[in-house]
Design a protein. Structure first.
Lengths: 66, 205
């Protein structure tokens, strides 16, 4: 039973991450918010689109990695 | 999950104070020497602290790993500091390698060389508790302390795969001790593995 519970928890985590990956949208707007893989990236003043893209790619790759 | 990007150190500390509901003084204290602060489903980042694409990739992969660890083990995730910080370092290196900025072999070689060439170096067994970790940061410096924890976890990752590291945190989340969690995940005694890494580093010196 304990084994089952551990496996279930693990698969719930994997499913949540997969749902985030599948439902995520990438919409870049200047100086606004960006959402990728269900992760919202909020930008403060003077953050470039290149920086947002780098952080967004890292978020994508990390989610895929798990 | 929300990631807040700020331009510089001043904006970072001010945003962290607001988002985490702490005073500016407290934000200064906890944010000393770091470019990211994380809470429940929230990461505040000083973008100036990661000026290259490789550094941005590493920093965010490191912080997202801490979010997963907390999801699995809650407040117990940090029971063994070299595991929580080292896994975040090792996954950071993996994600950087997958993006093609630097290979895993280069990371491993850099960490090994950095540790081997240091006159005084910590062993993993000296990096277990929060108190151990804080004093190691003062005695050995941030770079060497993180490299040591990172190398230990990179070796675990290479040998056993990320699912075993995830299992370690899941076991902690079920209330097992760190030693039991480590044994159940890697079929190894933690002190034995710590000694093994110490020998490996000594041989490379």
């Amino acid at each position: 039973m304990k084994f089952r519970s551990s496996r279930a928890k693990y698969w719930v985590l994997i499913c949540l991450l997969s749902i985030a990956l599948l439902t995520g949208c990438a919409s870049a707007s200047s100086g606004g918010d960006n959402k990728t893989n269900g992760i919202l990236i909020e930008c403060g003043a003077d953050i470039s689109q290149d920086e947002v893209a780098d952080f967004g790619r890292s978020a994508d790759e990390t989610v895929k990695y798990y | 999950m929300t990631i807040v990007l700020t331009r510089n150190r001043k904006a970072f500390l001010s945003e962290a104070a607001t988002r985490f509901g702490i005073s500016e003084f407290e934000a200064n204290r906890v944010g000393k020497g770091v470019d990211a602060l994380a809470g429940n489903a929230l990461i505040v980042i000083n973008a100036d602290g990661a000026p290259t694409p490789r550094q941005r990739t590493f920093l965010l992969a490191h912080e997202l790993t801490h979010q997963y660890q907390r999801l699995l083990a809650g407040n117990r995730a940090g029971e063994v500091k070299w595991m929580i910080e080292g896994m975040a370092e090792a996954v950071g290196a993996q994600v950087v390698a997958r993006q093609g900025f630097m290979s895993l072999e280069q990371y491993k070689a850099n960490w090994q060389t950095g540790i081997s060439s240091a006159e005084k170096k910590p062993s993993l067994s000296q990096l277990r508790t929060s108190q151990d970790w804080s004093s190691a940061l003062s005695v050995y410096g941030t770079g060497l302390t993180y490299k040591t924890a990172g190398l230990g976890n990179l070796i675990l990752l290479e040998k056993y795969g990320v699912q075993r590291l995830v299992k370690y945190f899941a076991e902690l989340g079920k209330g097992r001790s760190a030693g039991e969690s480590f044994l159940n995940s890697f079929e190894l005694d933690m002190p034995y593995f710590e000694k093994d890494i110490e020998i490996l580093v000594r041989k490379a010196s």
